[in-house]
Design a protein around this ligand. Sequence first.
Ligand code: GDP
Ligand code: IMO
Ligand code: MG
Length: 434
Amino acid sequence: MPGICIVGAQWGDEGKGKVVDLLAEQADAIVRFQGGNNAGHTIIRDGEVFKFHLIPSGILYPGKRCIIGNGVVVDPGVLTDELDALKARGIDTSGLRISANAHVIMPYHLLLDTAGEAKLGKLQIGTTRRGIGPCYADKAARLGIRMQDLLDERILKKKITAAIDPKRLSLRPYDKDPSLDLQSMTEAYLTYGHRLERHIADTARIVWDALDADKLVLYEGAQGALLDIDHGTYPFVTSSNPIAGAACVGAGVGPKDIHEVWGIAKAYVTRVGSGPFPTELDDEVGEEIRTRGGEFGTTTGRARRTGWLDIPALRYASRINGLTSLAITKLDVLSGFQKIKVCMSYSGPDGAEFENFPYHQSVLHHARGEYVELDGWTEDITECRSPSDLPTAARDYLQFIAEKTGVPVMLVGVGPGRDQIVWMRDVPELAAAA
Ligand code: GDP
Ligand code: IMO
Ligand code: MG
């Protein structure tokens, strides 16, 4: 079982970091394959909190290969800060490798992200303003700067020159004199290149070697299925593909090198930023979930929107990812609710009912959840460690999710700590199988 892909099955922040950290113990290589520092993955170990934006969530294990794949967009300033912060905490970062083909977020990408949102006004996407979209746009336009370019002054200067002119034009309405000085930008990015040089490598080859030696490789997704640029709630999405298929492209492996796909979903739903959210709770129940769950963004600190679990959306995420298992996180947050609602279908403004996730934007924007009500539980479950420790109503809830999605629940989160989990099936011995 050498390749397991961990993906978000909702709108991000499902607890991917924690699950990757759990499985990483048995892995040889952990690869981020898309997104950038719009991601914020939290790991809590013995009360110590780590928040990763670019570095894969396996870095806390010394000696593992932690790979930033070619599909990721890298802000080298953020990456060097993240490396420094880890080193200051005594973490060995020598195992980090960055694909030479990964694209680089430049200062003009950040300016364009902010300008783009300003231009959209009320219709803004609510991006993290980290320059993610403009960087992927340059990649597609073949105007991108890649990590390998940071190692060659002549090439870097040429590429920045080619990329920068159209940016000046686009930015002019927002900023009369955007600070886009070629010389200082080249110098700053060469310094990053110098600093990161020993980590830059042919990462697809490293992953291939690990797979060839039958070692366990984890593909760590960022964001979530409903933020996917092709399959998500476009245009309120991110600019990459957070679904499992993208791990092939973004890590440089073939489809046969992914053997399992684990979808991570909260026991309810959250979303940061704008866009449709059929089960959103705009009331005190939503507020209570936000408070209890500490639902504030890891990257931007924004309050996350909250809502009940959405089965059609989860079924959809399962389908487009080919999920083989589910990990349901934050079940502890629902303790104390007398009744738990679960969305089973949607109703449209004209009374139409939809059992499946609507593909049409106008339908989705007006869709409202239709619910069944399940019994809640009052017990604190944060100390539960096996399925039999869980209250019957909590077990029934998990069983309900597995039945309605057709995907078995492998793992349940009952608190933020590393040990606060319940394996619902036999703990897989991944390393032995690898
Ligand atoms: P990611 O982006 O998918 O890695 O998720 P984030 O780290 O952005 O957000 C998940 C948040 O939930 C973090 O603060 C985690 O510490 C926390 N968390 C993860 N699993 C659980 C759980 O089972 N229960 C509780 N209460 N918190 C959890
Ligand atoms: P992790 O990996 C939650 C959201 C933003 C915005 C939209 C587009 O921690 O789950 P972008 O900056 O990517 O152009 O913003 O996507 N978004 C996330 N929401 N978790 C994330 O990452 C996200 N990364 C981006 O809020 O709505
Ligand atoms: Mg997050």
